[in-house]
Design a protein. Sequence first.
Lengths: 375, 416
Amino acid sequence: MRIPSRWCVGVWCLFGPVIAAESLPPPLVQPVGVLRAVAAEGRGNAAAGPAWTQVAQAGAPAIPALLTAMDGANDYALNWLRSAIETIAQREALALKTVVAPVEKFLRDARHHPRARRLAFELIRQADAAKAKALLPEFLNDPGQELRREAVQHLADTAAAKVTAGDKAAAMTDYRQALAAAREADQVEAIAKQLGELGEKVDLQKTFGWVTRWKVIGPFDNTGGAGFEQAFAPERELDFAAEMPGQGGPIRWRDYESKSEYGLVDFNQPLTALKSVTGYAAAEFWSDSARSVEVRLGCKNGWKVWVNGTYLFGRDEYHRGVEIDQYRLTAPLRPGKNTILVKCLQNEQTEDWTKEWEFQLRVTDAQGTPIASSK
Amino acid sequence: MKVSSVAGPSSRICRPARLALALACALSLNLAADDWRQWRGPLGNGVAPEAKLPAKLDAQSIAWAIDLPGRGLSSPIIVGERVFVTATTGVKQDRLHVLCFNLGTGALRWERQFWATGRTMTHEKIGGAAPTPASDGQRVYAFYSSNDCLALDFDGNLVWFRGLGRDYPNASNSLGMSSSLVAADGVVVAQVENDSESFTAGLDALTGENRWKLDRPKKANWTSPTLLQGAAGKPLVALQSSKGLVGVDLVSGAVVWNYSEGASTVPSTTVSDGKLYVPSNGLTVLEPGTGAAPKQLWRSAQLRPGTASPLVLGSRVFTLNDGGILSCGDIADGKRLWQLRLKGPFSSTPLAAGGLLYCVSEKGVVQVVDPAKPEGEVVSELDLGQEILGTPAIAGGSLFIRSDRKLWRIGRASSL
């Protein structure tokens, strides 16, 4: 490894992987380190402004190394680096063609940051649109969602053209492949609809991979929204056999299985349509190994989520909207049995659009691939 | 700010011009005569003091129209020869764009893109680029529903980036955020008010760091801050919420006065002649002084605004409801003088120039109203044929209007 200077190595070791220091031009090592050091609440911004100017003055040949410098960067730093690369690419639009080969090499290496690889793809498209179009099908199962999404859409468009051409069988093959690769809800729904029109019903509940078997309990109180902060019995101990005091008297856990295509756990069903109340739902989730997962939640009520007793996140917003994968929470699973606990709160509003007291939840990998309980 | 007596029609242009200059000096806005640096322009009230726009609009009035890469209902802002527009793209509206166009030709000077770091979910009608950017004459500051906020110099060089939705992870609204920025005296004010982690921040214009951060009512709020001059010339920003309106020291973030009788969370307060026209209990007019609460001058239920914010022109105040009824009131006592039905519905706020009102409906119909007529009168219309939700801008003798797909410059060739 070529070491530009002792000081620069120090900076880089603090802020990033050594892989990038090999290829960054020496004058860029320090300012890139400064950009990678930006943090929450604007920390590092004062130094980052001048550093950005230095980086953005680099020539097009520096672009592959700058893309590499995005590996491991936080979301703030990614934007600083992205805009510097973009500025270089716009200023040196003609020279961009000369770095297409190394940028393509970078793009093909899926170990790099998904966003850096997406930017690499866009740079190639800027320099050579035909090459980018030809590359697109390669990303059908890419770990980067932006690349994958475009490849899925490309395949779905191909399928649609085959439908138009009367080749239904080939179209269905393409649609099935696109569906298997799709990770975003709108694409899943659109492709499932196309397959439906061709006579093949898609099991959306299975495709999305919702957690459908729960135990639920309620109602506890949520008058004036106070239930959000109040730790009712299920937050202190999960004892599914216990009877505990609820809002209107003693209550017990009961089994609940969602039959909804969208995995909705609707507290209004077992508990009736109540207001100013709190409910809990708990599910066992079995894992073959210790791993990190995403717990993806959609909920228009107030909510909190715990995994194995560890609080992940909560939100006291009511009836502003819901969508699939609205909230993405990272959680560690341990081998064997894990427990997911969801607190779902209903407020006092009485308008028609405030009757929902429900949530949907699935466990996925970072790309959104559903993970099923192993038991 | 000096309070002038109520003026007649002949002084409608010259008095706002004087006020613009006074406010600019007081707030260090570094104001150029023809700039439109924030939502509702130099005075933050929708009045272009010196602009003369064509009264009669037709297809020939369109100087240029260019395609935009993404959605948005933010207003364009104009600094010198540059027109800045924000937009978002992607199915999740998570790619944030800042575009800089040439005022004269509409040619793209540069574009920058960023990845949203906060939540991007919004109601379909709002989208990610709802807040209007602002400039203090030194930089352009862009803000998005994801609560990402950034500063660029006029050549597109990044000065700072903040992910306020990442810094404060419960600061978001699942319907979308739309509060526009104001920037003056080295401070950029970002109103991040929602049902959960609700605050307003005064960001350092040079670094984006928090100069101050004020806890705000936990209630979704789509209104925008309004700059005004406080006692002894102190620059203030008025923050509206469901609770009412507070006057906040722009530099320190200290609350100076408080009006606590509730206010709308959609249309924003308009400042004119030192008085605040607040969408509160209909329309309430306040006059801040040195006390802890502003003096209430009058209140009118008949002048209740819809989504559009009030507009004050000379001795008249105008409000527009969502359906398209334009109401004209007397600023002296709030008495409603007349109503005029326009072609609605409306989301954007009307602007005023040359004694005329320019109102753009959601269906894309620009309607020019002469308010000096006894009952008001629509003197011309131009149908742009696209949904338009954002408030236009005025500069260079032209109106700048954007949709999700286009940016138009509307003004006769002679005014270019």
